[in-house]
Design a protein around this ligand. Sequence first.
Ligand SMILES: Nc1ncnc2c1ncn2[C@@H]1O[C@H](COP(=O)(O)OP(=O)(O)O)[C@@H](O)[C@H]1O
Ligand SMILES: [Mg+2]
Length: 316
Amino acid sequence: MLGDILGKRLIMVGGKGGVGKTTCASAMALFCAERGKSTLLLSSDPTPSLSDIFEIEIGPTVRRIPKTLNLYAQEISSEVILKRWRERFGGEIYEVVRAFTDLDEDFVLQYIGSAPGIEEEYMLYYIYELTTKGTFDIIVWDTAPAGHTLKLLKLPTLFLKHLEGATRFYLQLMGYVEKAKEAVKLKAKRGILEIVDGWRRLSEEIESFIKDKGKVSYVLVTIPEALGVKQTERILSELKGNGLWVNHLIVNQVITEADCPFHQRKKEMQKGYLSYLRNRFPSLPLTLLRALPEEVKGMERIKEVQRLLFGLAKSS
Ligand SMILES: Nc1ncnc2c1ncn2[C@@H]1O[C@H](COP(=O)(O)OP(=O)(O)O)[C@@H](O)[C@H]1O
Ligand SMILES: [Mg+2]
Protein backbone atom coordinates (compact mmCIF):
# COMPACT_ATOMS: atom_id res chain seq x y z
CA MET A 1 0.00 0.00 0.00
CA LEU A 2 1.35 3.35 -1.03
CA GLY A 3 -0.37 4.82 2.04
CA ASP A 4 2.34 3.11 4.15
CA ILE A 5 4.58 6.08 3.48
CA LEU A 6 2.72 7.89 6.27
CA GLY A 7 4.60 5.81 8.81
CA LYS A 8 8.05 6.55 7.38
CA ARG A 9 10.52 9.38 7.84
CA LEU A 10 12.08 9.49 4.39
CA ILE A 11 10.49 8.67 1.05
CA MET A 12 13.01 8.43 -1.77
CA VAL A 13 11.48 8.78 -5.20
CA GLY A 14 13.57 7.39 -8.04
CA GLY A 15 13.33 6.56 -11.72
CA LYS A 16 14.61 7.85 -15.02
CA GLY A 17 14.05 11.42 -16.24
CA GLY A 18 10.59 12.38 -17.46
CA VAL A 19 8.64 9.40 -16.06
CA GLY A 20 6.80 11.49 -13.46
CA LYS A 21 9.02 11.50 -10.38
CA THR A 22 8.35 15.13 -9.49
CA THR A 23 4.64 14.70 -10.17
CA CYS A 24 4.36 11.64 -7.93
CA ALA A 25 6.68 13.04 -5.24
CA SER A 26 4.53 16.20 -5.04
CA ALA A 27 1.29 14.22 -4.76
CA MET A 28 2.79 11.93 -2.11
CA ALA A 29 4.10 14.88 -0.11
CA LEU A 30 0.69 16.55 -0.27
CA PHE A 31 -0.92 13.31 0.88
CA CYS A 32 1.32 13.22 3.96
CA ALA A 33 0.85 16.92 4.71
CA GLU A 34 -2.94 16.71 4.47
CA ARG A 35 -2.86 13.91 7.01
CA GLY A 36 -1.21 16.07 9.62
CA LYS A 37 2.42 15.21 8.97
CA SER A 38 4.79 18.12 8.73
CA THR A 39 6.30 17.29 5.35
CA LEU A 40 9.28 18.58 3.42
CA LEU A 41 9.37 18.01 -0.32
CA LEU A 42 13.00 18.21 -1.32
CA SER A 43 14.44 18.31 -4.81
CA SER A 44 18.06 17.95 -5.80
CA ASP A 45 17.30 18.11 -9.50
CA PRO A 46 19.40 20.78 -11.21
CA THR A 47 16.32 22.11 -13.04
CA PRO A 48 13.83 23.94 -10.81
CA SER A 49 11.11 21.31 -11.09
CA LEU A 50 9.18 21.99 -7.88
CA SER A 51 8.78 25.68 -8.76
CA ASP A 52 7.27 24.54 -12.06
CA ILE A 53 4.75 22.11 -10.69
CA PHE A 54 3.61 24.29 -7.76
CA GLU A 55 3.76 27.43 -9.90
CA ILE A 56 5.52 29.43 -7.22
CA GLU A 57 9.15 30.33 -6.70
CA ILE A 58 10.77 27.73 -4.46
CA GLY A 59 14.42 28.25 -3.73
CA PRO A 60 17.30 26.80 -1.75
CA THR A 61 15.72 27.76 1.58
CA VAL A 62 12.74 25.84 2.95
CA ARG A 63 9.43 27.56 2.17
CA ARG A 64 5.88 26.69 2.99
CA ILE A 65 3.59 25.97 0.09
CA PRO A 66 0.76 28.53 0.24
CA LYS A 67 -2.73 27.26 1.06
CA THR A 68 -1.37 24.15 2.71
CA LEU A 69 -0.85 23.66 6.41
CA ASN A 70 2.07 21.31 6.66
CA LEU A 71 3.72 21.22 3.30
CA TYR A 72 7.16 22.71 2.83
CA ALA A 73 9.42 22.60 -0.19
CA GLN A 74 13.05 23.21 -1.02
CA GLU A 75 15.13 23.04 -4.19
CA ILE A 76 18.83 22.69 -3.59
CA SER A 77 21.25 23.38 -6.39
CA SER A 78 24.70 21.82 -6.50
CA GLU A 79 26.32 25.19 -5.81
CA VAL A 80 24.40 25.56 -2.57
CA ILE A 81 25.13 21.98 -1.64
CA LEU A 82 28.84 22.40 -2.22
CA LYS A 83 28.85 25.63 -0.28
CA ARG A 84 27.16 23.97 2.70
CA TRP A 85 29.36 20.90 2.43
CA ARG A 86 32.36 23.16 2.63
CA GLU A 87 30.96 25.06 5.60
CA ARG A 88 30.27 21.85 7.45
CA PHE A 89 33.34 19.76 6.61
CA GLY A 90 35.85 22.19 5.11
CA GLY A 91 37.43 23.17 8.41
CA GLU A 92 37.79 19.59 9.59
CA ILE A 93 39.23 18.37 6.31
CA TYR A 94 41.75 21.15 6.19
CA GLU A 95 42.72 20.53 9.76
CA VAL A 96 43.53 16.93 8.92
CA VAL A 97 45.44 17.83 5.78
CA ARG A 98 47.38 20.59 7.49
CA ALA A 99 48.97 18.08 9.81
CA PHE A 100 50.95 16.78 6.85
CA THR A 101 51.46 19.67 4.53
CA ASP A 102 51.04 23.37 4.01
CA LEU A 103 49.01 23.02 0.83
CA ASP A 104 46.63 25.85 0.21
CA GLU A 105 43.21 25.37 1.84
CA ASP A 106 41.28 26.37 -1.28
CA PHE A 107 43.20 23.85 -3.35
CA VAL A 108 42.56 21.04 -0.93
CA LEU A 109 38.83 21.72 -0.63
CA GLN A 110 38.38 22.17 -4.32
CA TYR A 111 40.19 18.91 -4.97
CA ILE A 112 37.97 16.97 -2.61
CA GLY A 113 34.86 18.96 -3.47
CA SER A 114 35.19 17.98 -7.12
CA ALA A 115 34.80 14.27 -6.31
CA PRO A 116 31.86 12.85 -8.24
CA GLY A 117 28.71 12.34 -6.22
CA ILE A 118 29.68 14.73 -3.47
CA GLU A 119 26.42 16.70 -3.90
CA GLU A 120 24.26 13.69 -3.26
CA GLU A 121 26.41 12.60 -0.38
CA TYR A 122 25.84 15.96 1.19
CA MET A 123 22.11 15.71 0.48
CA LEU A 124 22.04 12.46 2.36
CA TYR A 125 23.89 14.03 5.25
CA TYR A 126 21.52 17.01 5.17
CA ILE A 127 18.45 14.75 5.19
CA TYR A 128 19.92 12.63 7.94
CA GLU A 129 20.48 15.75 10.03
CA LEU A 130 16.99 17.09 9.40
CA THR A 131 15.50 13.75 10.36
CA THR A 132 17.57 13.48 13.51
CA LYS A 133 16.63 17.01 14.52
CA GLY A 134 12.98 16.13 13.93
CA THR A 135 12.32 19.36 12.03
CA PHE A 136 9.86 17.46 9.79
CA ASP A 137 7.87 14.29 10.30
CA ILE A 138 8.42 13.16 6.73
CA ILE A 139 10.85 14.13 3.98
CA VAL A 140 9.93 13.27 0.41
CA TRP A 141 13.05 13.37 -1.72
CA ASP A 142 12.55 13.88 -5.43
CA THR A 143 15.97 12.57 -6.47
CA ALA A 144 17.95 13.67 -9.51
CA PRO A 145 17.15 11.51 -12.56
CA ALA A 146 19.11 8.76 -14.36
CA GLY A 147 18.71 5.71 -12.18
CA HIS A 148 20.76 7.10 -9.34
CA THR A 149 18.85 5.08 -6.79
CA LEU A 150 21.61 2.53 -6.63
CA LYS A 151 24.40 5.00 -6.41
CA LEU A 152 22.53 6.75 -3.62
CA LEU A 153 22.48 3.63 -1.54
CA LYS A 154 26.22 3.33 -1.77
CA LEU A 155 26.69 6.93 -0.74
CA PRO A 156 27.43 6.56 2.94
CA THR A 157 30.50 4.52 2.10
CA LEU A 158 31.54 6.98 -0.58
CA PHE A 159 30.89 9.83 1.80
CA LEU A 160 33.41 8.46 4.21
CA LYS A 161 35.83 7.71 1.41
CA HIS A 162 35.76 11.28 0.18
CA LEU A 163 36.09 12.72 3.63
CA GLU A 164 38.98 10.43 4.27
CA GLY A 165 40.37 11.06 0.81
CA ALA A 166 42.70 13.77 1.95
CA THR A 167 43.89 11.72 4.84
CA ARG A 168 44.50 8.59 2.82
CA PHE A 169 46.33 10.52 0.15
CA TYR A 170 48.88 11.74 2.64
CA LEU A 171 49.02 8.48 4.49
CA GLN A 172 50.08 6.86 1.23
CA LEU A 173 52.65 9.52 0.64
CA MET A 174 54.15 8.80 3.96
CA GLY A 175 54.40 5.10 3.40
CA TYR A 176 53.13 2.76 6.05
CA VAL A 177 49.78 3.60 7.48
CA GLU A 178 50.83 2.80 11.02
CA LYS A 179 53.89 4.98 10.75
CA ALA A 180 51.72 7.74 9.42
CA LYS A 181 49.28 7.34 12.24
CA GLU A 182 52.13 7.93 14.65
CA ALA A 183 53.02 11.04 12.71
CA VAL A 184 49.44 12.24 12.97
CA LYS A 185 49.51 11.76 16.69
CA LEU A 186 52.74 13.67 17.01
CA LYS A 187 51.80 16.53 14.77
CA ALA A 188 48.17 16.93 15.64
CA LYS A 189 47.31 19.89 17.76
CA ARG A 190 43.77 18.69 18.27
CA GLY A 191 42.96 15.03 17.79
CA ILE A 192 42.96 14.48 14.07
CA LEU A 193 42.15 10.86 14.54
CA GLU A 194 39.13 12.03 16.47
CA ILE A 195 37.96 14.01 13.47
CA VAL A 196 38.43 11.05 11.14
CA ASP A 197 36.70 8.79 13.64
CA GLY A 198 33.84 11.27 13.75
CA TRP A 199 33.48 11.04 9.96
CA ARG A 200 33.46 7.26 10.16
CA ARG A 201 30.79 7.27 12.85
CA LEU A 202 28.70 9.72 10.86
CA SER A 203 28.94 7.61 7.73
CA GLU A 204 27.90 4.52 9.69
CA GLU A 205 24.95 6.36 11.19
CA ILE A 206 23.82 7.57 7.77
CA GLU A 207 24.20 4.08 6.37
CA SER A 208 22.10 2.46 9.06
CA PHE A 209 19.52 5.22 8.68
CA ILE A 210 18.98 4.69 4.94
CA LYS A 211 18.94 0.94 5.41
CA ASP A 212 16.27 1.16 8.08
CA LYS A 213 13.12 -0.35 6.59
CA GLY A 214 11.04 1.13 9.38
CA LYS A 215 12.08 4.66 8.48
CA VAL A 216 12.83 4.74 4.78
CA SER A 217 10.63 3.90 1.83
CA TYR A 218 11.84 3.65 -1.76
CA VAL A 219 9.29 4.42 -4.43
CA LEU A 220 10.30 3.79 -8.01
CA VAL A 221 8.42 5.47 -10.85
CA THR A 222 8.34 4.04 -14.35
CA ILE A 223 6.27 3.91 -17.54
CA PRO A 224 4.84 0.82 -19.28
CA GLU A 225 7.27 0.94 -22.18
CA ALA A 226 10.37 -1.06 -23.06
CA LEU A 227 12.85 1.47 -21.69
CA GLY A 228 11.01 1.98 -18.44
CA VAL A 229 10.55 -1.73 -17.86
CA LYS A 230 14.19 -2.53 -18.63
CA GLN A 231 15.41 0.10 -16.25
CA THR A 232 13.08 -1.05 -13.50
CA GLU A 233 14.34 -4.61 -13.91
CA ARG A 234 17.92 -3.53 -13.75
CA ILE A 235 17.46 -1.36 -10.66
CA LEU A 236 15.42 -3.99 -8.84
CA SER A 237 17.82 -6.83 -9.49
CA GLU A 238 20.86 -4.77 -8.54
CA LEU A 239 19.17 -3.63 -5.36
CA LYS A 240 18.31 -7.18 -4.46
CA GLY A 241 21.89 -8.24 -5.09
CA ASN A 242 22.94 -5.63 -2.55
CA GLY A 243 20.41 -6.73 0.04
CA LEU A 244 18.32 -3.61 -0.57
CA TRP A 245 14.72 -3.15 -1.51
CA VAL A 246 12.03 -1.12 -3.27
CA ASN A 247 8.73 -0.68 -1.44
CA HIS A 248 6.57 0.39 -4.29
CA LEU A 249 6.46 0.75 -8.02
CA ILE A 250 4.32 3.43 -9.63
CA VAL A 251 3.60 2.83 -13.30
CA ASN A 252 2.71 6.18 -14.78
CA GLN A 253 1.17 7.32 -18.05
CA VAL A 254 -1.12 4.32 -18.30
CA ILE A 255 -3.74 4.65 -21.05
CA THR A 256 -7.14 3.72 -19.68
CA GLU A 257 -9.52 5.07 -22.30
CA ALA A 258 -8.60 4.45 -25.90
CA ASP A 259 -11.04 6.13 -28.24
CA CYS A 260 -8.88 6.12 -31.37
CA PRO A 261 -6.69 3.56 -33.16
CA PHE A 262 -3.53 5.30 -31.96
CA HIS A 263 -4.42 5.01 -28.30
CA GLN A 264 -5.88 1.57 -28.83
CA ARG A 265 -2.51 0.34 -30.08
CA LYS A 266 -0.65 2.09 -27.34
CA LYS A 267 -2.96 0.57 -24.75
CA GLU A 268 -2.32 -2.90 -26.17
CA MET A 269 1.42 -2.35 -26.04
CA GLN A 270 1.21 -1.15 -22.43
CA LYS A 271 -0.88 -4.16 -21.47
CA GLY A 272 1.99 -6.44 -22.46
CA TYR A 273 4.52 -4.55 -20.38
CA LEU A 274 2.17 -4.33 -17.40
CA SER A 275 1.57 -8.06 -17.27
CA TYR A 276 5.27 -8.64 -17.78
CA LEU A 277 6.03 -6.44 -14.74
CA ARG A 278 3.36 -8.20 -12.67
CA ASN A 279 4.72 -11.64 -13.51
CA ARG A 280 8.31 -10.67 -13.12
CA PHE A 281 7.86 -9.03 -9.71
CA PRO A 282 4.80 -10.67 -8.19
CA SER A 283 5.46 -9.45 -4.68
CA LEU A 284 6.19 -5.82 -5.55
CA PRO A 285 3.22 -3.55 -4.79
CA LEU A 286 2.23 -1.73 -7.94
CA THR A 287 0.14 1.40 -8.41
CA LEU A 288 -1.00 2.48 -11.84
CA LEU A 289 -1.40 6.15 -12.62
CA ARG A 290 -3.35 6.91 -15.72
CA ALA A 291 -2.24 9.36 -18.35
CA LEU A 292 -4.12 12.61 -17.86
CA PRO A 293 -5.18 14.75 -20.80
CA GLU A 294 -3.14 17.65 -19.47
CA GLU A 295 0.26 18.05 -17.87
CA VAL A 296 0.27 18.16 -14.08
CA LYS A 297 0.74 21.75 -12.95
CA GLY A 298 -0.81 23.64 -10.04
CA MET A 299 -2.42 22.49 -6.82
CA GLU A 300 -5.68 21.24 -8.29
CA ARG A 301 -3.96 18.79 -10.63
CA ILE A 302 -1.51 17.65 -7.96
CA LYS A 303 -4.59 16.90 -5.86
CA GLU A 304 -6.04 14.91 -8.70
CA VAL A 305 -2.86 12.82 -8.95
CA GLN A 306 -3.02 12.35 -5.18
CA ARG A 307 -6.59 11.03 -5.49
CA LEU A 308 -5.60 8.67 -8.26
CA LEU A 309 -2.46 7.38 -6.53
CA PHE A 310 -4.12 6.77 -3.19
CA GLY A 311 -7.55 5.78 -4.46
CA LEU A 312 -9.30 8.67 -2.74
CA ALA A 313 -12.79 9.94 -3.46
CA LYS A 314 -13.13 13.20 -5.33
CA SER A 315 -14.36 15.22 -2.33
CA SER A 316 -11.23 14.68 -0.20
N1 LIG B 1 -0.12 10.88 -15.37
C1 LIG B 1 0.25 11.94 -16.11
N2 LIG B 1 -0.57 12.46 -17.05
C2 LIG B 1 -0.21 13.50 -17.79
N3 LIG B 1 0.96 14.15 -17.69
C3 LIG B 1 1.83 13.69 -16.76
C4 LIG B 1 1.53 12.58 -15.93
N4 LIG B 1 2.60 12.37 -15.11
C5 LIG B 1 3.52 13.30 -15.43
N5 LIG B 1 3.07 14.11 -16.41
C6 LIG B 1 3.78 15.19 -17.07
O1 LIG B 1 4.96 14.65 -17.63
C7 LIG B 1 6.05 15.57 -17.51
C8 LIG B 1 7.21 14.92 -16.77
O2 LIG B 1 6.81 14.66 -15.44
P1 LIG B 1 7.80 14.94 -14.20
O3 LIG B 1 7.05 14.60 -12.98
O4 LIG B 1 8.38 16.30 -14.30
O5 LIG B 1 8.91 13.84 -14.51
P2 LIG B 1 10.35 13.63 -13.83
O6 LIG B 1 10.35 14.38 -12.54
O7 LIG B 1 10.47 12.15 -13.64
O8 LIG B 1 11.35 14.15 -14.81
C9 LIG B 1 5.48 16.79 -16.83
O9 LIG B 1 5.12 17.72 -17.80
C10 LIG B 1 4.24 16.26 -16.12
O10 LIG B 1 3.24 17.27 -15.97
MG1 LIG C 1 11.66 15.90 -11.88
